[in-house]
Design a protein around this ligand. Structure first.
Ligand SMILES: C[S@@+](CC[C@H](N)C(=O)[O-])C[C@H]1O[C@@H](n2cnc3c(N)ncnc32)[C@H](O)[C@@H]1O
Length: 265
């Protein structure tokens, strides 16, 4: 295929190595075209001539790492994705468990932490609650979007009680919905790389959502990250994984209580 910028298999492999080292994300052989299309905008912005130059630029400029990571993450998400998990959360609280801090570890553009916050408000039937949600992601661009809390109307159209949780945009904001301040205030946003050896103190949690991100890591990284996450979860705390993330081999650390939901032993 004729490409605007020279791009060789060696460039692809170097990009994969750097991404794995920085984020734990392991890209399959089939992702070579995706890498090219995601990084081309950076090559243009930096006025470079080929991918090899971009790889060299990245090695020489640590500041570029954030852009590099932002370009290569996959941020697919939606409000109340895997809805059974929000029922499990509500049942967990209803059973009398203390839930003061919830960490949403790969929160992407915010639909997941806002869903958690909406589930809390629905459960307690008020906004004025002591529970706080920490939403984190490695991608600074999606975090900034999440913190704004502005979504196209069609993304929130199907939500129950949307009038309670969103303001409809007017004038130049027509077609958009903005999270109400009382919901936004329940959430703190912070950039956290799950590959970091130490997670900040603020990540100490009663409940951890870590959904649809472990799938991007290899087995070794998955095991290491899981044990660091569990170190931040109190005994008896709730750990919620994504639909294709199964931790049955960690039965000595946590006990399954529902579809990809576990209690830390
Ligand atoms: C597919 S989205 C999942 C979003 C949400 N958890 C859900 O289930 O709808 C995966 C998210 O993981 C983030 N991610 C990837 N590697 C990460 C890492 N090493 N540390 C933290 N977040 C990471 C990506 O930036 C992306 O926003």
């Amino acid at each position: 295929m004729e490409r605007e910028f020279r791009y060789t298999p060696a460039d692809f492999n170097r990009v994969r190595e750097v991404l794995l080292q920085l984020t734990g994300i392991k890209l399959a052989d089939s992702k070579d075209s995706l890498v090219y299309s995601r990084l081309v905008p950076r090559i243009r912005v930096l006025k470079l001539n080929e991918m090899r130059q971009y790889v060299a630029y990245l090695a020489a400029h640590p500041d570029e790492e954030e852009h590099f990571i932002n370009c290569l993450t996959t941020n697919l998400t939606s409000f109340f994705r895997e809805p059974h998990h929000f029922e499990i959360l509500s049942d967990f609280i209803a059973s009398g468990e203390k839930v003061e801090r919830i960490w949403c570890t790969a929160s992407s553009t915010g639909e997941e932490p806002y869903s958690i916050a909406m589930a809390l408000v629905q459960h307690y039937q008020r906004f004025d609650i002591s529970t706080r949600v920490l939403a984190s992601d490695i991608d600074s661009r999606v975090l900034a979007k999440a913190a704004m809390g502005v979504y196209p109307l069609d993304k929130v159209a199907g939500l129950a009680n949307k009038e309670r949780f969103f303001l409809r945009g007017k004038g130049k904001h027509l077609g958009q919905a903005k999270v109400v301040p009382a919901l936004r205030e329940l959430i703190d946003f912070q950039r956290i790389n799950l590959l970091d050896q130490q997670y900040p103190e603020a990540t100490k949690s009663d409940v951890i959502f870590c959904r649809n991100v472990m799938i991007y890591f290899d087995k070794d990284h998955q095991g290491e990250i899981l044990s660091r996450l569990l170190a931040k979860l109190r005994p008896g705390g709730l750990y919620i994984a994504g639909h294709s993330e199964n931790f049955s081999q960690y039965g000595h650390l946590m006990k399954p209580i529902g579809r990809t939901a576990y209690i830390k032993l």
